[in-house]
Design a protein around this ligand. Structure first.
Ligand SMILES: *Cc1c(COP(=O)(O)O)cnc(C)c1O
Length: 360
């Protein structure tokens, strides 16, 4: 049976002026709306106590398992305001399904898809004024689930909490899309076969942060991870999937190997690319193939993709003692696919695959 959400009787409301001030310069993940959703789960009661409450700090016992063993998963989605004022999200069923795959891998309970969606709908409806209406701004939605049981024993927690928070975010590239430099990481691995690479969990991010910090020091904004066994095959960036475009009209991306995250954007890029007449190929790609392809001109574009930035073109791939530089592609495939996806999300293009889901 679907959960029923309680709504606060005296909702706290920021003033229109306060919201406008945030919308003027939201950045990413710095400001949050007036409310949040919480749902509890226990072995005895299953999912229960679904509430919409004022946004604010939560009380957690210092022995809460998540603080010790990192049993946690999350999702990242966006709510987009269309020109007619309506608010929509993009392929939420795909996020709900992935959330449950992540939950299974992390020993967390599955949340029924309907409850996952209702938790988002309720939050966006009560905080609708927070959905920006300018340019490529949106309301970023962050569902997450963690082990809230107070217990230091090592086993899947018997008490778990699901929450959703929402944050107005500005365009990822305020000055127009800017190609970035990335660091090809040969020492650190993000995920190993049999590990949690295909789950969207905080632990994978924790494992990537040192590499990310070192990449920053080398003037790169992201890390490109290779497979953990041979250090030879392209996997993905810390939080984005990677694509190559070839001179003969192919779009290549590493196959889903169990160690990379199955991005909703990745899947949407593959679909939009086929709609645009490109041939798409999912297979293993070695870093030698990438380097030689760029040098010979066979690989014409490389880009990363994910919900936050949609598509980020890559200018250069740096590694110790080497650097591969991509040619400028202002009219390239990357930006054409990006435009098509963004136009669908903001309701400016037809939605032939039924990807949009109305929230308000
Ligand atoms: C979230 C994420 C992505 C991108 O997934 P989208 O569904 O496209 O946002 C890619 N890689 C990792 C490691 C991620 O956590």
């Amino acid at each position: 049976m679907a959960l029923t959400f309680t709504v606060p009787s005296d909702p706290q409301h920021s003033t229109a002026e306060q919201i406008a001030a945030v919308h003027a310069d939201p950045g990413f993940g710095r400001f949050f709306t007036d409310h949040m959703t919480t749902i509890q789960w226990s072995v005895d009661q299953g999912w229960h106590d679904a509430q919409l409450v004022p946004y604010g700090p939560i009380t957690l016992d210092p022995a809460a398992a998540v603080l010790h063993y990192g049993q946690e998963i999350f999702e990242g989605m966006k709510a987009y305001r269309h020109a007619d004022g309506s608010v929509w999200t993009f392929r939420p069923e795909a996020n709900a399904a992935r959330y449950n795959r992540s939950a299974r891998r992390l020993g967390l309970p599955e949340l029924p898809e309907q409850d996952f969606l209702t938790a988002i709908e309720k939050l966006v409806q009560v905080d609708e004024r927070w959905v920006p209406s300018v340019g490529e701004q949106s309301l970023y939605l962050r569902p997450f689930m963690f082990a809230s049981e107070s217990f230091l024993g090592v086993r899947p927690a018997h008490h778990v909490t699901h929450m959703v928070i929402a944050s107005p975010v500005g365009p990822y590239f305020p000055g127009g899309v800017q190609p970035v430099d990335i660091w090809l990481e040969t020492a650190y691995s993000r995920a190993a076969p049999g590990g949690t690479g295909a789950a969207k969990c905080g632990g994978n991010y924790a494992a990537s942060l040192t590499a990310q910090a070192e990449a920053y020091e080398r003037g790169c904004s992201q890390v490109l991870f290779l497979d953990a066994v041979e250090h030879r095959w392209l996997e993905e960036l810390g939080g984005m999937n990677i694509f190559l475009v070839t001179a003969d009209g192919q779009l290549l991306t590493p196959e889903l190997s169990g160690t990379i995250l199955e991005g909703v954007t990745r899947d949407s890029v593959l679909t939009v690319a086929r709609d645009l007449g490109l041939e798409t190929v999912e297979r293993r790609i070695s870093h030698d193939e990438l380097a030689e392809g760029v040098r010979s001109g066979h690989v014409t574009e490389v880009f990363a993709c994910g919900t936050a930035a949609v598509i980020t073109p890559i200018r250069a791939i740096k590694s110790s003692g080497d650097q591969i530089v991509l040619p400028d592609a202002p009219d390239g495939v990357s930006l054409r696919i990006r435009q098509q996806l963004v136009d669908i999300q903001y309701g400016r293009a037809a939605d032939p695959h039924g990807w949009l889901h109305r929230l308000a």
